[in-house]
Design a protein around this ligand. Structure first.
Ligand code: ZN
Ligand code: ZN
Length: 119
């Protein structure tokens, strides 16, 4: 079978969402399954979240939540820190940064709690 997007290339697998053949260039790994790169990555992720019900997969989902939590908290601290440092110069704009940072920290906590629920 050949790639759906590159008929001249051999497919390495199928997109879990649309079942199209994908070459190594078009294949994106989402939650350990293949997806059309830049096309169905989000769809496959949703699909995996939805179907991840058994023990082994729920563990995988929990680690994804923790990964999100780490990412959000890092970006959140960056935003809030930047806003706090720049407050004297940016004024209202800095408040916007701080708010965004706080929101991201909130998202981090929500993800962390959600990850704990998965165990
Ligand atoms: Zn696809
Ligand atoms: Zn391709």
């Amino acid at each position: 079978m050949n790639c759906f997007y590159h008929p001249e290339k051999t497919a390495v697998g199928l997109c879990k969402f649309c079942q199209c053949g994908l070459c190594s260039e078009c294949a994106a790994l989402v939650d350990d399954v293949l997806a059309c790169k830049h096309r169905h990555e989000d769809e496959v992720h949703q699909l995996e979240q939805f179907t991840a019900r058994n023990f082994f997969q729920s563990k995988r989902v929990a680690s994804a939540y923790y990964r999100n939590a780490t990412f959000y908290s890092l970006v959140g601290v960056l935003f809030a820190g930047f806003g706090a440092i720049q407050y004297r110069f940016l004024g209202l704009q800095a408040v916007f940064f701080i708010m965004t940072g706080l929101f991201l920290l909130y998202a981090a906590i929500a993800n962390y709690l959600e990850g704990r629920k998965q165990k």
